[in-house]
Every structure is written in C-alpha cells, then in structure tokens.
Design a protein around this ligand. Structure first.
Ligand code: SAM
Length: 232
C-alpha cells in the first residue's frame, strides 16, 4: 500500500478514509494485522494496524522489508491521447520503471487538458501492483516548446519518430544517460516540430521498427526496447 508519510521504526502512520476502507472493507483487516507499506522514498515497511475506523486509522511501522529502489533516470514524455489510452500509457510507464512521466502538448495534440491527479493515482496503483518502492511523479501538461526551452542538455532526448520507421535500427547507438523518450500524438509531429527537434544537439531520433505504431503501443515498445538495452 502506498502512503505518502515518512516511514521509520516505531513511526505512527495515519490512514486516510479511503485507505482505511480498503484495508477493513475490502481486505478484511483489523487492529493487530500487518501490511506492507511504501512511500516512494523509504523502501518497503511492515506495518501493524493499531486502530482502524471508517474515517481513518493509525499504523505503526515495525521493520523495513526492502530498501528503497529507484529506477534508472529515464523519463517518458508523451502527447496525451484519448483518456483511456492516456491512462494506459501512464500505468505501463510506471510498471516499466519510468522515473518521471511528462505529458506534453504538441502541435497535433487534441486534448488540451489532463487530470494530473487521476494520472498520478494510476501511477501509484501501478507501483503498488508491481511491488515497487518508487512512484514516478506525473507532471502537469506543458507545451513541448516549453519543455525543450528548459531542457538540461546533459539529458539525451530519444525522439521516437514515426518518419524513421524502417530507417534506423531500433534504439541503435544509444547515447549515455540520463535519458527521456519522446512519443508523439495520433497525428505524429508537425514539420515545425521536426525541424526544431532535428536541430537540437541532445535529440537522438529512434525508430521502433518498420510499422507505424499507435501512440500507446509506441510508448510501451520504446520503454521495453530501452529496458532490454540498458535497464537493470
Ligand atoms: N495514427 C496512429 C494512432 O492513432 O495512434 C499512429 C500514431 S504514431 C504517429 C504516434 C507516435 O508513436 C509517433 O509520433 C512516434 O512518437 C511513435 N511511433 C509510432 N511508430 C513509430 C516507429 N515505427 N518508430 C518511431 N516512432 C514511432
């Protein structure tokens, strides 16, 4: 269970109403029972339920069961698409070990708004289900131009370019880290964006194979290929 609260031996950890409901109503746990908790910073802890009610409760952290394990410094930057598919991208990126997830508005992005809190909750659920100790932060929607303006050039931007389909070998000659993968929207990248991206020294064009993949498939494929080549 993810609880955003410091974890240390003997630490009292408050439960919110929805967490108390999940533990008592869904998991049928009560005072004295133990659960595993992580907060994204302090590893995984075995915690004892001290008190549990409808409106909340208290846990006590007993011992650390796993150290904190942060993923490699790989971000996923993607243009949001339809709601369910955007949810899918965030969920899979969190499962696949992205360190940060940044939705960006590109020239052909249709959605002008995202529910950042909803997407963050998907990232938390994904981390919970795969037993991780890390939850990638999900950013607010920013324009691609703004993200590129503030870019730290020591981070390699792996630009998944649909126009490179069939041209280059998938993720060949990867530069050193840290990295970010950039995935475009349904309509791909505009000519102006292509020109801009091609001119930037930290951008590396990558191909995901000879077929044009849907944006959500492309995100999972790029993360998978990166993990296969460089992941730990
Ligand atoms: N029309 C489809 C859809 O509805 O999703 C295709 C979308 S494709 C243009 C979306 C993004 O996926 C591209 O901008 C690119 O980032 C990535 N992509 C898809 N296929 C790719 C490939 N073979 N190589 C590199 N990137 C690819």
């Amino acid at each position: 269970l993810f609880i955003d609260h410091p974890l240390a031996a003997g630490q009292a950890v408050p439960l919110e109403a929805d967490q108390a409901h999940y533990l008592s109503g869904v998991m049928r746990l009560g005072a004295g029972d133990e659960i595993l908790v992580f907060n994204g910073r302090d590893g995984e802890w075995r915690c004892r339920i001290v008190d549990i009610r409808k409106r909340g409760g208290i846990l006590e952290a007993a011992e650390q069961t796993a150290p904190q394990r942060d993923p490699p410094d790989l971000w996923l930057i993607f243009a949001p698409i339809k709601k369910a598919r955007t949810d899918f991208i965030v969920e899979k990126a969190a499962e696949m070990g992205a360190a940060r997830i940044l939705p960006v508005q590109t020239d052909f992005t249709n959605s002008e708004r995202i529910r950042q809190d909803r997407l963050q909750a998907h990232a938390v659920e994904a981390a919970e289900q795969c037993g991780g100790t890390f939850v990638p932060p999900v950013g607010d929607l920013l324009s691609l131009a703004k993200v590129l303006e503030g870019w730290d050039p020591s981070r390699s931007l792996l630009w998944a370019d649909e126009a490179a389909a069939g041209e280059a070998a998938p993720l060949s000659d990867l530069p050193g880290g840290p990295w970010a993968i950039l995935i475009g929207p349904e309509g791909g990248f505009s000519d102006a964006e292509r020109q801009r991206l091609r001119a930037l020294p930290f951008v590396h064009r990558i191909s995901l194979g000879p077929r044009i993949l849907r944006a959500d498939t492309a995100a999972v494929a790029a993360l998978t290929l990166w993990q296969a080549a460089l992941g730990d």
